[in-house]
Design a protein around this ligand. Structure first.
Ligand SMILES: C[S@@+](CC[C@H](N)C(=O)[O-])C[C@H]1O[C@@H](n2cnc3c(N)ncnc32)[C@H](O)[C@@H]1O
Length: 286
């Protein structure tokens, strides 16, 4: 069979922007669009002093996202915490650099938590386990302020708050094998069938996450949506990079170290049953 030729990079025409100029122009355009839709909650922070709107231009990537942009009011306390702590404890997910987790957390093993919401459970876990660094990521500005405020009031030096899309954080800003664990507690359930494609826990996400988890590191998920729990169990059990920590191949009894989260409480109030799942990153194939 004739081989199709390798696609060639187009030669820039005279006067036309080269690839790096084009990429810079794309970034500038994405930034300008993001600035136009900059939520009121973020306008209180002059450029560079607080979380940026959509720092990596994630809204403009051709990709289905697991979150929906939300209008959200930042309280005075959350705004103060963001102003005070963002410069030293906040990280914009701009996709432009690989984070030095050792420097950031003073050599502690680091667990990534995706979707911390208002951050109460995150702060509790950080207080209970000061020997572990928590890199907590969400797109929700009031939650970022809330968690920074909790970290300040409780003297938690082992928490950093990342702003933006966790997929870009994993893909562009975390080194291979750099995570000692990954927590995904009560991810958006996207209950309508036509929205299931937005659910975070899917084979593609697991393949990406596996590359960032050190061998033996545990991915811990929890959900109060029965069909999402079944989906999680199915895709995690089928994934070659993960193995169930439960010998019977089922759900994990709720571990004592996971505090009740805000969304979990709401689910329990509705009579939902909660499932935890803990899967270990298998050793690299030699
Ligand atoms: C249903 S809430 C759960 C919050 C918290 N874990 C709890 O149990 O109360 C899910 C959170 O995940 C965040 N989220 C969803 N997809 C995300 C992504 N790709 N990157 C960062 N945050 C994300 C949403 O903004 C939301 O705050």
């Amino acid at each position: 069979m004739p081989q199709s030729p390798e696609p060639q990079a187009a030669e820039p025409q005279a006067g036309a922007p080269g690839p790096s100029q084009a990429a810079a122009a794309d970034r500038a355009a994405a930034h300008e669009r993001a600035e136009r839709m900059r939520p009121r909650a973020l306008r209180m922070f002059p450029e560079g002093t607080g979380p940026s709107p959509d720092p990596a231009g994630s809204h403009f990537e051709r990709r289905i996202r697991s979150f929906q942009p939300r209008r959200s009011r930042v309280t005075t306390g959350q705004g103060e915490a963001l102003k005070k702590w963002w410069p030293t404890r906040g990280i914009d997910i701009d996709g432009q650099r690989v984070l030095d987790l050792d420097a950031m957390f003073g050599g502690l093993p680091v667990v990534l938590e995706i979707g911390f919401g208002m951050g109460e459970a995150t702060a509790q876990m950080a207080a209970d386990d000061p020997g572990t660094g928590i890199l907590a990521v969400d797109v929700h500005t009031p939650g970022q302020g809330n968690l920074l405020g909790l970290a300040e009031r409780n003297d938690l030096s082992n928490v950093r708050v990342a702003n933006g899309d966790a997929i870009i954080l994993l893909r562009e800003m975390l080194a291979p094998d750099s995570l000692a664990g990954l927590r995904v507690y009560f991810p958006d359930p996207w209950p309508k069938a036509r929205h299931h494609k937005r659910r975070l826990i899917q084979p593609e996400f697991l393949s990406l996450a596996a590359t960032r988890l050190a061998p033996g590191a545990v991915l811990h998920c929890a959900t109060d949506w029965e069909d999402y729990a079944e989906q999680m169990l199915e895709v995690l059990s089928a994934h070659p990079d993960f193995e169930n920590t439960q010998a019977d191949g089922g759900y994990t009894p709720r571990p004592g170290f996971r505090p009740l989260t805000r969304f979990e409480g709401q689910g329990l109030d509705k009579g939902h049953k909660v499932h935890d799942l803990m899967f270990r990153r298998v050793p690299h194939a030699s």
